[in-house]
Design a protein around this ligand. Sequence first.
Ligand SMILES: C[S@@+](CC[C@H](N)C(=O)[O-])C[C@H]1O[C@@H](n2cnc3c(N)ncnc32)[C@H](O)[C@@H]1O
Length: 205
Amino acid sequence: MSNIRTNYEKWYECEGYYWGTEPAGFCDELIALCPPSKDKKVLDIGCGEGKDAVYMASKGYSVTAFDVTENGIKKTIRMAKENNVEINAYVDDINTFETNEKFDIVYSTGTIQYLFDENKKPFFDKIEHITKKNGFVFFNVFVDKPFLELPPDWDIEEKMWKSGELFSFFPNWKFHKIDETIFEDNSNGIPHFHCMDTIICEKVI
Ligand SMILES: C[S@@+](CC[C@H](N)C(=O)[O-])C[C@H]1O[C@@H](n2cnc3c(N)ncnc32)[C@H](O)[C@@H]1O
């Protein structure tokens, strides 16, 4: 029986970068709100092939990044070398990861829907614990809309979240942005729509 957890393990085998090398616009929102410095520590959860982690490292943050795919982490290390930056990148699972470090910024894009239901509450408790006081979280997640079809490249362990559910895990944080957007995507070469919830919030207490 295959122990492959995600189709991305295969998709990241390609010689080039499956996601390209352009960072997400979300990174620029992060930079605007939390200007870079070497003493600011960022954790990128589900970093893929590293385009956002490498960009943040190139801007001067101290970046740690993990993904469940070995091929994604190999690519992240390769992209970091190509850009002459250092990243602490390793294979880990959003469902079970542990760390003794504290971070100024915890960032995750396109990955939170891989959390199993029973791990949601422990995950967000962990996020609260590992985020420094006055630190920030930048998260997004795909959400279900009854009028949208499941994307054609929907993955083995992905599960759509309920609209608004992500926001409910941060009742004690200061919200800088909550947003829900429907957008067209062409990943895997087939045009389709996603609905995504996004939160930017600050741990003020
Ligand atoms: C849509 S991609 C986003 C990748 C990256 N954040 C980016 O924007 O380029 C989702 C990522 O989640 C990763 N992933 C899937 N299951 C995971 C898990 N259990 N723990 C950590 N990462 C996981 C996949 O390998 C993939 O890289």
